[in-house]
Structure formats: structure tokens, C-alpha cells
Design a protein around this ligand. Structure first.
Ligand code: G3P
Ligand code: MG
Length: 242
């Protein structure tokens, strides 16, 4: 089973920062996942929430600030003073960390309350400019966005994210169309996902931080798990030889 560092090495470093990405890139793992939003001046930036309130010393929505304005804040000290001064990364900066590595890069397109028209096009342009189309997987809980990726860049791997089990998920996947399914751990062991795996779907599971949870996935055919604890999961998987 493959291991993707979720928001970078987010258990030990402030999530979605270059420090968390470099720490992930330095491990013998298979991939990394991070989340992107669009700024007021049309820059794709890496952050999980649509506001900067939780993961910086500032307040406000990403969509209401330009990149220079977002760069006035500190995205590290909320996690630990050791990381004070960490900047919000642009998509290009995050991609650069992984460009010369063998890690797959899962870019999750966020759209919570506010939509980001044009985000898919911008992300694909940046991935193509860095010649990383074969290295990325673009996912979203917004399945219209997943469908747009399929139309705009059929050669790029796209993935539909799910919180809940969807009945007949394999047919739904074909309809989008999505190349992979990124499912929440409780759904991963249910019948619809098992059937999808039997029919050949690539299934990756978020977010697995406990050995007992990873153990549930052994032998299921799940391709990869996303974890905040990549070293812990590496040790577990090595121990169980899967
Ligand atoms: O992409 C997998 C996982 O990151 C989805 O949930 O909220 O952590 O972005 P979230
Ligand atoms: Mg995510």
C-alpha cells in the first residue's frame, strides 16, 4: 500500500507549508497531498481552509486578498514558534519541491462556500508549464470540477473525493468521468468501494493516522492512504509487509 503525506508531513510541520512539503519529499514515500484556493489577484495558493484564520496569524478569506497581502501573515507560528515566518506557498512553489522527486502530487481543488471560476484552467496551466502532467493527480469534493479536469486535460489523472459511501460508485465514477476515487476511511471497507476495486478502480483513502485503521485496509486492494503521520505509516506498512 502506498503512502501519501496529507497536507505535507502535517503531524510534525505546519500543514501545507514548504517545510511540511520538504519533510515529505525527504521520506521514502509515494506521494503528497495538498489543497489549493484562488487569491483576489488570480494566484493559486496552497492552504486548506478558504479563510486564513485557523492556520495563520491573520484573518480573512483567501479570495479577498492578493498574494502580497496574504504574504503579510505568518503561517507557521500557530503550529509552533519554531516555524514562525512560514509563508503561504503558491502552487508553483509547492510543485517545485516535488518536481525532481518520484513522489506523486495530489492537488486538491477546494471549493467550499465560495466558488473559484477558472481555478481548474489555472492549475492545469501551471502543471503543464512545469511539465508535471504525469506526476499529478487532481482531486476535488466538487465533482463538477473533477469533470472539468477530465474535459480540459484528459491525460491528467483526476479523482473524485467522497465523504460518504455512494451506492454503485463505480458507475458514478464512469459518469463523471474520474480516473480514481479518494474515499473517507469508513467508506473504504464498505461494499460499494469493494465492488469498485474489483471492477478496477484506483482507490485511495483519507485520512489514516492509526495503525488499527491502516490494518483495516490490508488486503482490500486500496492503492494508497493519505496520512498526517507518514513515518508512523511507513513503519507499520514495513512491519506488515504490504
Ligand atoms: O484529499 C484528501 C483529504 O485531504 C480530503 O479532506 O479536508 O483534509 O482536504 P481535507
Ligand atoms: Mg485535502
Amino acid at each position: 500500500m502506498k503512502i501519501y503525506a496529507h497536507r505535507g508531513y502535517s503531524a510534525k510541520y505546519p500543514e501545507n507549508t514548504l517545510a511540511a512539503f520538504q519533510a515529505a519529499a525527504d521520506l521514502p514515500i509515494d506521494g503528497v497531498e495538498f489543497d489549493v484556493h484562488l487569491t483576489k489577484d488570480g494566484q493559486v495558493v496552497v492552504i486548506h481552509d478558504e479563510s486564513i484564520n485557523r492556520t495563520s496569524n491573520g484573518v480573512g478569506y483567501v479570495k479577498d486578498m492578493t498574494l502580497p497581502e496574504l504574504r503579510e501573515f505568518d503561517y507557521g507560528s500557530w503550529f509552533d514558534e519554531e516555524f514562525a515566518g512560514a509563508e503561504i506557498p503558491t502552487l508553483a512553489e509547492a510543485l517545485e519541491v516535488f518536481r525532481a522527486t518520484n513522489l506523486r502530487v495530489n492537488i486538491e481543488l477546494k471549493s467550499d462556500i465560495f466558488a473559484y471560476p477558472g481555478l481548474e484552467e489555472l492549475v492545469i496551466q501551471e502543471v503543464e508549464a512545469l511539465e508535471m502532467t504525469d506526476q499529478v493527480v487532481i482531486s476535488s469534493f466538487d465533482h463538477e470540477a473533477v469533470a472539468r479536469i477530465a474535459r480540459l486535460a484528459p491525460n491528467v489523472e483526476n479523482a473524485a473525493l467522497f465523504v460518504n459511501t455512494v451506492l454503485d460508485v463505480a458507475s458514478y465514477q464512469e459518469k463523471i468521468p474520474a480516473k480514481a476515487l479518494h474515499v473517507f476511511l469508513p467508506s473504504a471497507v464498505r461494499q460499494p468501494v469493494r465492488e469498485a476495486i474489483e471492477k478496477g478502480s484506483i482507490v485511495r483513502v483519507w485520512t489514516v493516522n492509526e495503525e488499527e485503521h491502516a490494518a483495516l485496509l490490508i488486503g482490500t486492494g486500496v492503492e494508497a492512504l493519505f496520512t498526517d503521520e507518514p513515518e508512523k505509516m511507513l513503519a507499520f506498512i514495513k512491519h506488515t509487509s504490504v
